[in-house]
Design a protein around this ligand. Structure first.
Ligand SMILES: *Cc1c(COP(=O)(O)O)cnc(C)c1O
Length: 393
């Protein structure tokens, strides 16, 4: 008897084949990544690390790990190659959230102060939300964006001096501009804080040279593997070699049990792909397409947070249309266009409603969309928004 589950999978496959996917954190992985993640490696327990790792850990806790040891070492070596870095890397975090939890626990004690980007201005749930472990375990302070939506470095400096955080965090889920890691590093150094970068969204751009790299500047770099990196769902932590032991033990046994070796296999495949010229061209196209689509919205008279984009996403500010992000998300869903509502700077509505939407080009660029296709989608969205405004009046 075939499981009912394959019915759900078939339906989801059909949905993915027929909708325009503009969620900035999503992508479509290669068949090779899918094959690795769906492999027999899911059967293997491998708590611990390959024995020869630099962090001086005690190896694996189970037998039969010869092959997964080789695989995990290979995965680590490939990701260091992707980012041209000699930082230590841990590829075991099950997700971006798990990577951040372990990263914090590696160098902080509960109650320590973290300075991060405020959540309604682009920061992530794990950057101090009161409903998340980060907000419950740590003393969170936040820096803001200025009136245009750019990171306000005067505010970062002032708050770093005032709160003397143990760790300063740069990185966001909804920020469309280049993040000046060098400037953050300098501020962190001045106040004696660790400097951590969460590059979950822009990691692919860093890999392709389309965003400045945090390596050499940050003490710890966390990322997801499933957004612009186009790998399986998961996380990774890079750190300066001297923090390797702390980071490794914060992942296991600190915050996780057995690693997902099938996902690590998928991460290794994604790393191989990210080393190719084809991937770099893909990321260049993602950025080009994003600029084209964003430019078209500006030409049509829409407000865009910061007035443009440097990366794979941008934020439409719907304030002057009177429409909520939630209503627009739902209506576009009915038209086969998938995106998500998002807060705008100085948001006046609740996070459930919002006054903006976030639009990303990574997924549809994978599907082969070019600038003209994204411009056509911008016009389709405009038509839906006009109709919504008319039916409201
Ligand atoms: C997506 C994201 C994460 C979390 O990733 P999950 O795998 O969903 O846990 C963490 N940080 C940032 C900045 C993100 O955008």
């Amino acid at each position: 008897m075939e499981s009912k589950v394959f019915d759900y999978i078939g339906r989801e496959q059909a949905r993915q084949n027929t909708t325009v996917e503009l969620i900035a954190s999503e992508n479509f992985v290669s068949d090779a990544v899918l094959r690795a993640v769906g492999s027999c490696l899911t059967n293997k327990y491998a708590e611990g690390y390959p024995a020869e790792r630099v962090s001086g850990n005690r190896g694996r806790y189970y037998g039969g790990c010869e092959i997964v040891n080789d695989l995990e070492e290979y995965c680590c070596a490939m990701w260091k190659k992707v980012f041209h870095t000699d930082y230590h890397v841990n590829v075991q975090p099950h997700s971006g959230a798990n990577a951040n939890l372990a990263a914090y626990m590696s160098v902080l004690q509960p109650g320590d102060t973290i300075l991060a980007m405020s959540l309604n201005n682009g920061g992530h749930l794990t950057h101090g939300s009161s409903v998340n472990f980060s907000g419950k375990l740590f003393d969170m302070k936040f820096y803001d964006v200025d009136a245009q939506g750019f990171i306000d470095f005067a505010d970062v400096e002032q708050k770093a001096a005032e709160y003397k955080p143990r760790l300063i965090l740069a990185g966001a889920s909804a920020y469309s501009r280049v993040i000046d890691f060098a400037r953050f590093a300098e501020i962190a150094k001045r106040v004696g804080a660790y400097f951590m970068v969460d590059m979950a969204h822009i990691a692919g751009l860093v890999a392709a040279g389309d965003h400045p790299s945090p390596f050499g500047l940050a003490d710890i770099v966390t990322t997801t593997t499933h957004k612009t990196l186009r790998g399986p769902r998961g996380g990774m932590i890079f750190c300066r070699p001297e923090l390797a032991k702390k980071v490794d033990s914060a992942v296991f046994p600190g915050t996780q049990g057995g690693p997902l070796e099938h996902v690590i296999a998928g991460k290794a495949v994604a790393a191989e792909e990210a080393c190719t010229e084809e991937y770099r061209e893909y990321i260049h196209a993602v950025v080009r397409n994003c600029r084209a689509m964003c430019g078209e919205f500006l030409r049509m008279g829409y407000d865009v947070v910061t007035g443009g984009t440097d990366n794979h996403l941008f934020l439409l500010d719907l304030t002057k249309t009177g429409l909520t992000g939630k209503a627009v998300q739902d209506e576009l869903d009915r038209h086969g266009i998938t995106l998500n509502k998002n807060c705008v700077p100085n948001e006046t509505r609740s996070p459930q409603q919002t006054s903006g939407v976030r639009i990303g080009t990574a997924a549809m660029t994978t599907k082969g969309y070019k600038e003209a296709d994204f411009i056509a989608v911008a016009h389709r969205i405009d038509a839906v928004l006009r109709e919504m405004q008319q039916s409201e009046t």
